[in-house]
Design a binder for this molecule. Structure first.
Ligand code: PEP
Ligand code: MG
Length: 747
C-alpha cells in the first residue's frame, strides 16, 4: 500500500495542472483501494462553498459545477468540523444532502477526510462504495496521508490562483449604477464571537465609551425583556432568568477586564469583548459550569451586536468604504453618513427593493443579490461596477487601473447628461415626453434646481416618513412634512401616494408575521382596515394642500373597485371635515390608482369611472404577473419587464386606458428610469414617465435622441416576438444604431 501511495504522490507532484492532478488523485485512489468512487471537493472561501473539482465514479460533468454551501451535506460537515466521517449508510445521516445531478444514488458507504492547512479546511477527500460497510483503518490512513499531501498542493495553488482568479468578476444583480473602488466593511447586526476579527484601535477613550454605551443599552434591553416576560407569564417564577446577566454586568469583573484590554493593550471595543468573553467561557467550561458559560456567550453576542450598531466605531475611517451586509435595509442606508459610503453590496434583494431604490436616489453604486461569504471579506479591496453588475475582490493592479479609467469616463458621461438636464424631453420628431420625479426618500437636492428638470412629481412615497418614525406620526407631523414638500414643488403637480407599507417595507412599530408578506397585508389593505389612519393621512394631505393646490392623491395596491369606493368615501369625509374646520371650500384633489396587481387590468373600465388617472407600478406589477418575489435574489433573473407577458400587459394597459378610456396613464415603476425600459414604453405610446432623481438627466438625454416613429416601428415587430431575449435585443440594437449604447453602458 505504501508503495502505491508513494507512486500516487510522485505522479501528482509531477503534474503542473491542478485539475489534472486532482483528477489523478481520484482515479488512482479509486483503483488502489478498489472502491466505487473517489472525489475531491475544494473550499471556495469567497463564495462560502465547497466545489466538486474531481471525481472518479460520480457524474463527470458535475465536476467543476456542483457546489455545496459551507456546512452543507456530509462534505460540509467534514470540512466544518475538520474531522473524519466514516459511515456505512450515508443516506441515513441527518446531514446527507441529495444532489440529483452527481449520480451518487447507488453509493451507500462514505468516508470523508478533511484537507487541512494551518487549521483551515481547504477541501474534502472522499471515497464511496455501493456496498454498505464501514471503511477500515488502512483505507482511513491512506486517505489521511493523501489529504495531508494535497493540503500543501492546494495551499500553493490557492496562493497562485488567487491573483489570476481575481481578475475575473463575480456577476451580481443590479442595485444602483456607478463604479466604486474601496475597501469593504462588513455590517453584521447579529454577531457571534467567532465572527469578530481582532483589531487594534488607538482611540482608546472612544472605544471605552462605546463599550460602556453598549453595556448601558444592553441593561435597558434586559430590563425591557424582563418586563415583557413578567407580563407574558402567569406566575412570576421565570422572571429572574436575566438575573445572571445583571450579575455578570454588575458584580463580576467583566467590565473592568474589557476596559483594561482596551486601555492597556489598545484593542477595539468588540475585540476586547471577544477576548474577555472567550477567556471567561473557557474558565467556566473547565469548571463544568456550562450554563454560566452559555450566559456569557449570549451576553457577549448581544453586546457585539450592539457594538456593531455603533457606526461611529466602524465608520471612523479616513476613506469611504463599501458596505457589505446580508441584507441592507432602507433604514440602515438612511442612517449611514453618505460621505463614508462608497458603495453597497447586499446578499439579499434586487433592483426594486426599497434599499436599492434609496441607494439610487443617493447615487450610491450598489449590487444586490450577491452570492458571497461576506464574513471573510472585511477590509478586502473591491471594485463594484453597478453599471455592468460586476464585482471584483482584491483585483490585480491592471484591473484597478482600467476601472479608474472607467470612473473618469463615467464622470465625463454624467457631465454630458447634466449639460442638458434642464432642456425639455422632446424627441427627434418633436414629441414631448413628461419626465417626472419619484420622491419621498432622503433627498438633499434643492427643489429649485430639481424643478427646472422635471414636469411634475409622479410618485411621492409617503410611507418612508412612517418608516423613519418610532410610532405612527401624528396628523400635525404628517401635515408639516407634506406641506413642506408641496411648498417646495408648488409650481408643479405632486402625486402623493397613501401609505404603502407591508411587503418589503415593514414598520418597526407594527411588526407583521406573515408567511407571504407580498401577498398579505400591505398598501391600501392596511389603510382600509385602519380607516382612522387613512383618514388622518387624507386630512394631513388636504390641510397641507390648502395653500398650494398642487396635490393629487394616489392609492397603492388596488385590486378591486370596492377599495377605490371605500377610499373615496373616506377622502370625502376628510374633505368635508377640513372644509368645516376652516369654514372654507378647499381644493378637492384628483384621485388615482396605482396599477400594480394584475387584477386591475380587468377592472379598468369600472375603476376609471371613479378615478382621475392611473399610474403603473411596474415593480409590483412584474412581481405579481411573473410570480417572482421582487426582493428574492434567487429568482432575480426571472424578474424582467421585457418578458413578453409583461410587454403585452403594458400594451393592453396603454390601449385601454389611453386610447379607449382616455384616462391619463403614467409609469412610475423603476422601469421608467431604465433607458431600455423607457424607450420600450415610448415605443408603445407612453408619454409620462416618473423616476428617481438620479435617473432623470440620463433618461432625458436618451429621449432627446430617439424618434417615436422609429420606435413605433420597432414595437410593431417586438410585440410579435415570444421571448424576453428577443424583445430586449430589438431595443438594444436600436440604441446601438443611435450610437447611445456605449454612453449608457449597454452591451
Ligand atoms: C411599484 O410597485 O412599481 C412602485 C412604484 O411602488 P413601490 O416600488 O413603492 O412598491
Ligand atoms: Mg409598488
Amino acid at each position: 500500500m505504501l508503495t502505491t501511495l508513494r507512486q500516487i504522490v510522485e505522479k501528482i507532484s509531477g503534474e503542473k495542472d491542478l485539475s489534472k492532478a486532482l483528477q489523478l488523485v481520484a482515479a488512482k485512489t479509486r483503483e488502489a483501494l478498489g472502491v466505487d468512487c473517489c472525489s475531491v471537493y475544494v473550499a471556495d472561501y469567497i463564495r462560502g462553498r465547497n466545489r466538486l473539482v474531481a471525481t472518479d465514479g460520480l457524474n463527470h460533468e458535475s465536476a467543476g459545477h456542483v457546489t455545496l454551501k459551507f456546512g452543507e451535506g456530509l462534505v460540509g460537515l467534514v470540512g466544518k468540523k475538520k474531522c473524519i466521517l466514516n459511515l456505512a449508510n450515508a443516506q441515513e445521516h441527518p446531514n446527507f444532502k441529495y444532489i440529483p445531478e452527481i449520480g451518487e444514488d447507488e453509493f451507500k458507504s462514505f468516508l470523508g477526510v478533511p484537507i487541512i492547512h494551518n487549521d483551515r479546511s481547504l477541501g474534502v477527500l472522499i471515497i464511496q462504495q455501493k456496498e454498505s460497510r464501514e471503511f477500515n483503518e488502512v483505507e482511513e490512513s491512506f486517505l489521511v496521508f493523501l489529504a495531508d499531501h494535497l493540503s500543501s498542493i492546494l495551499y500553493a495553488a490557492e496562493q497562485k490562483v488567487e491573483s489570476e482568479e481575481n481578475a475575473e468578476p463575480i456577476k451580481c444583480s443590479f442595485g444602483s449604477g456607478g463604479i466604486a473602488i474601496a475597501r469593504g466593511w462588513v455590517w453584521q447586526p447579529h454577531m457571534n464571537l467567532e465572527q469578530v476579527l481582532l483589531k487594534k484601535n488607538n482611540d482608546r477613550e472612544t472605544q471605552v465609551e462605546l463599550f460602556h454605551q453598549a453595556l448601558f443599552q444592553l441593561q435597558l434591553d434586559i430590563d425591557s425583556l424582563t418586563l415583557k416576560m413578567s407580563s407574558n407569564l402567569k406566575n412570576g417564577e421565570l422572571t429572574n432568568v436575566f438575573d445572571s446577566y445583571q450579575d455578570i454586568i454588575e458584580n463580576s469583573d467583566f467590565s473592568q477586564k474589557v476596559d483594561s484590554k482596551i486601555y492597556d493593550e489598545g484593542w477595539s471595543a468588540s475585540s476586547a469583548v471577544k477576548i474577555i468573553a472567550e477567556q471567561m467561557i473557557k474558565d467556566l467550561n473547565t469548571q463544568n459550569k456550562s450554563d454560566a458559560a452559555a450566559d456569557i456567550i449570549d451576553l457577549a453576542r448581544r453586546l457585539l451586536s450592539r457594538l456593531a450598531h455603533s457606526y461611529l466605531e466602524e465608520f471612523a475611517f479616513s476613506e469611504p468604504v463599501i458596505l457589505l451586509a446580508e441584507e441592507i435595509t432602507a433604514s440602515l442606508i438612511a442612517e449611514l453618513p453618505r460621505e463614508r459610503v462608497a458603495g453597497i453590496i447586499s446578499l439579499k434583494g434586487n433592483a426594486t427593493s426599497l434599499a436599492a431604490i434609496l441607494a439610487r436616489n443617493l447615487n450610491i453604486p450598489t449590487l444586490m443579490g450577491v452570492d458571497l461569504a461576506i464574513d471573510k471579506l472585511d477590509r478586502h479591496l473591491f471594485i463594484l461596477d453597478g453599471n455592468r453588475q460586476e464585482l471584483f475582490i482584491d483585483p490585480p493592479v491592471g484591473v484597478i487601473t482600467e476601472y479608474r479609467g472607467n470612473i473618469l469616463r463615467d464622470e465625463e458621461n454624467t457631465r454630458l447628461f447634466i449639460a442638458e438636464q434642464n432642456d425639455p424631453a422632446v424627441t427627434q420628431d418633436g414629441v414631448k415626453v413628461n419626465v417626472e420625479l419619484n420622491a419621498g426618500l432622503n433627498f438633499d437636492k434643492d427643489s429649485e434646481s430639481v424643478l427646472s428638470m422635471i414636469d411634475g412629481v409622479g410618485l411621492y412615497r409617503t410611507e418612508v416618513e412612517f418608516m423613519m418614525h418610532n410610532t405612527f406620526p401624528t396628523e400635525l407631523e404628517e401635515c408639516v412634512h407634506y406641506e413642506e414638500f408641496l411648498k417646495n414643488f408648488s409650481s408643479t403637480r405632486v402625486r402623493m401616494r397613501t401609505m404603502d407599507v407591508g411587503g418589503d417595507k415593514p414598520l418597526p412599530y407594527m411588526p407583521l408575521d406573515e408567511a407571504n408578506p407580498f401577498l398579505g397585508w400591505r398598501g391600501i389593505r392596511i389603510s382600509l382596515d385602519k380607516p382612522d389612519l387613512l383618514k388622518t393621512q387624507f386630512r394631513a394631505m388636504l390641510k397641507a394642500n390648502r395653500k398650494y393646490e398642487n396635490l393629487e392623491i394616489m392609492l397603492p395596491m388596488i385590486s378591486s373597485l370596492e377599495e377605490v369606493l371605500q377610499s373615496r368615501k373616506i377622502l370625502d369625509e376628510a374633505y368635508k371635515e377640513i372644509c368645516e374646520e376652516y369654514s372654507a371650500k378647499i381644493a378637492y384633489p384628483k384621485l388615482g390608482a396605482m396599477i400594480e396587481v394584475p387584477a386591475t387590468m380587468f377592472l379598468l373600465e369600472d375603476l376609471a369611472e371613479h378615478l382621475d388617472f392611473f399610474s403603473i407600478g411596474s415593480n409590483d406589477l412584474t412581481q405579481y404577473t411573473l410570480a417572482v418575489d421582487r426582493s428574492n435574489s434567487m429568482v432575480a433573473k426571472l424578474y424582467d419587464c421585457f418578458n413578453p407577458a409583461m410587454v403585452r400587459i403594458l400594451w393592453r394597459l396603454y390601449r385601454i386606458c389611453v386610447q379607449e378610456l382616455e384616462c391619463p396613464l403614467a409609469m412610475c415603476g423603476e422601469m421608467a428610469g431604465d433607458p431600455l425600459g423607457a424607450i420600450m414604453l415610448i415605443s408603445m405610446g407612453y408619454r409620462e414617465l416618473s423616476m428617481n432623481y438620479t435617473e432623470i438627466a440620463r433618461i432625458k438625454y436618451v429621449l432627446r435622441r430617439v424618434d417615436t416613429r422609429e420606435l413605433a416601428e420597432i414595437f410593431k415587430r417586438a410585440i410579435k416576438l415570444s421571448t424576453t431575449t428577443d424583445i430586449r435585443q430589438m431595443y438594444v440594437d436600436y440604441l446601438k444604431e443611435k450610437g447611445l449604447a456605449e454612453i449608457l453602458n449597454i452591451k
